[in-house]
Design a protein around this ligand. Structure first.
Ligand SMILES: NC(=O)c1ccc[n+]([C@@H]2O[C@H](COP(=O)([O-])OP(=O)(O)OC[C@H]3O[C@@H](n4cnc5c(N)ncnc54)[C@H](OP(=O)(O)O)[C@@H]3O)[C@@H](O)[C@H]2O)c1
Length: 338
């Protein structure tokens, strides 16, 4: 079968199309999936450049996110049958309940082989049915960015109607967070480097738009937009480079969902957190149980994931370069087959 392997952690240059991988077969308790589509996450750039926990002993099939069709089931499989439409779960082992080191040890496209291949075999508790109305391309965007946003806004963030959420940028996590925050009835403030992307975010329901390039002190705009109170939740994908401003943006007693590092390093003065009595909550994707709850909500609202651009299987290297350019809006998809 055709599969990509990351031979070296040197970005897209380390990505090699390998036609020699044997097709995997489903063993006891496993399902074999014909992958139709995969999607990229910023995390996959971190993996490719050696800045994220991943197996480095040999070669890794990259990407956590993919969706496809069950083509064989091993003995003992009870939840799936041939023909079912499924996605893999980011963590191969976090079925539900509170997070633990054991549950997050096996991550697709990181510590174990991922989805950028024609066929994959997963344990049945590492796969989940996808909502019927979504295309494979759309379903392939949900396992990492979708679930992380769902966890940040709904599971951990517990956002309720009338509350205010601040989003940074218009990448995969932030646009899903926009859609989930609107589903919950929240007011959404979004900051982006581009007025054109802000206009597209407005069309998706964003209420207050800030260009963080032309308004470098964007936290002041956030405070002004909330009549001095601050937001209830920040979906913090920037990391050190934005955290100080996010702390200034949150209300007293509010929550900052600590998710990403796209804005690079920086320093935070702990007293600012104390003065806000803010909750800084690390988010690590989510469990299969949360994924199921998200799929129910997504299907009920007929929510459509935002796909910025789709590449063919042969163009996977270009897809990586496009993701690292930062010019995308929402998700980047790689189609594996029709
Ligand atoms: N903890 C977890 O479980 C988890 C899960 C998923 C992702 N993540 C992390 O979350 C982050 C986002 O992931 P993603 O896949 O959504 O990334 P992505 O699709 O590549 O989106 C990145 C976007 O961030 C915005 N951005 C860049 N620099 C910024 C800055 N200085 N201030 C504000 N926004 C900035 C840009 O949007 P504009 O072009 O609109 O400015 C850019 O397009 C990554 O660090 C990723 O590793 C963590």
């Amino acid at each position: 079968m055709k599969a990509y392997e990351l031979k070296e952690m040197t970005g897209s240059a380390g990505l090699i199309l390998n036609v020699e991988r044997p097709e995997p077969e489903a063993g006891h308790g496993e399902v074999k999936i014909k992958v139709h589509a995969t999607s990229l996450n910023y995390r996959d750039l971190l993996v490719a450049s050696g800045r994220y926990p991943a197996k480095t002993d040999s070669s890794l099939i990259p990407l956590s996110d993919g969706a496809g069709e069950v083509v064989a089931v091993g003995t003992g499989v009870t939840r799936f049958k041939v023909g079912d439409r499924v996605a893999g779960t980011f963590f191969q082992g976090w079925s539900g309940g509170a997070v633990s080191a054991e549950f997050t040890a096996r991550a697709l496209g990181g510590t174990v082989d991922g989805m950028l291949a024609e066929y994959v075999v997963l344990p049945e508790d590492g796969a989940i049915h996808t909502p019927d109305y979504l295309s494979y391309e759309e379903a392939a965007t949900l396992p990492c960015a979708g679930l992380t946003a769902w966890n940040a806004v709904v599971e951990s963030g517990r956002i309720r109607a009338g509350e205010t959420v601040l989003l940074l940028g218009t990448g995969g996590v932030s646009l899903f967070a926009l859609q989930f925050a609107k589903l919950q009835g929240a007011h959404v403030i979004i900051a982006s480097s581009s007025d054109e992307k802000l206009a597209r975010a407005k069309a998706l329901g964003a209420d207050t738009l800030i260009n963080y390039i032309t308004t470098p002190d964007w936290e002041k705009e956030v405070v002004k937009a909330t009549q001095g109170r601050g937001v209830d939740l920040v979906v913090e994908v920037g990391g050190g480079g934005t955290l100080e401003r996010s702390i200034k943006s949150v209300r007293v007693g509010g929550t900052i969902a600590i998710i990403g590092v796209v804005a690079g390093p920086g320093q935070v003065e702990p007293r600012t957190v104390i003065a806000k009595a803010a909750r800084l909550q690390g988010i690590f994707v989510g469990s299969a149980e949360m994924f199921t709850a998200m799929n129910r909500a997504v299907a009920q609202a007929a929510l459509k994931p935002v796909i910025g651009r789709t590449f063919t299987f042969d163009e996977a290297g270009l897809a990586y370069e496009y993701q690292s350019s930062g010019s995308h809006f929402g998700k980047i998809v790689i189609k594996v087959c029709d």
